[in-house]
Write a protein that binds this ligand. Structure first.
Ligand code: ZN
Length: 183
């Protein structure tokens, strides 16, 4: 299998509120071990790990009207879960919308790191992972999905999310073992 072209791992919203808190997700808990393993392998190979984290402003951000308060900046709910705690060499990009790119530093960070391919992980496959993938594709990055390290509230949303990413952005989904072999 060919190596990925200058990859980085994007970890979307693996925060206390998304996994254990306000928007708790049982299927999100299930992907934690696979995600931890992938991040460890990436760090060993010198592949950048970038966390794209909701960091909402209470009473301001419009998403909160739809979903209720979650991942309010500065609260424990907005912190990456302890199992995936960023290391000093990882990058953390706060966001206030679904996409990790929307009015954030993510694109300039990826460009300065020389990244060409984003490996998508995190929550939710059909929502923030999808919106981030959409912008990655539009900005010229190749998109692949680590299918054991992303999920949604339901199996249906996960499956339809993967299908949408493949159809619209050509994003192939791979197992952890396959991804690690391609890093
Ligand atoms: Zn949010």
């Amino acid at each position: 299998m060919d190596k990925l072209n200058k990859p980085a791992i994007l970890v979307v919203d693996m925060l206390n509120d998304f996994v254990y808190g306000a928007l708790t997700c049982e299927r999100g808990k299930a992907i934690v071990p696979a995600t931890a393993k992938l991040l460890e392998a990436a760090r060993e190979k010198g592949v950048p790990v970038i966390f794209c984290n909701d960091a909402h402003i209470k009473d301001i951000d419009r998403e909160l009207a739809l979903w209720g308060d979650h991942a309010i900046a500065g609260t424990p709910g907005a912190e990456v879960i302890a199992e995936l705690k960023p290391t000093e060499r990882d990058y953390v990009v706060p966001k206030r919308r679904y996409s990790g790119f929307f009015q954030t530093d993510l694109d300039i960070l990826l460009r300065e790191l020389g990244i060409k391919t984003v490996v998508m992980t995190g929550l939710h496959t059909h929502m923030c992972v999808r919106h981030t993938s959409a912008d990655a594709y539009s900005l010229g990055y190749d998109v692949v999905v680590a299918k054991e390290a992303t999920d949604s509230f339901t199996e249906e949303d996960y499956i339809s999310g993967l299908a949408y990413l493949k159809t619209c952005y050509g994003a192939d989904a791979y197992t952890n073992e396959e991804i690690i072999a391609m890093l």
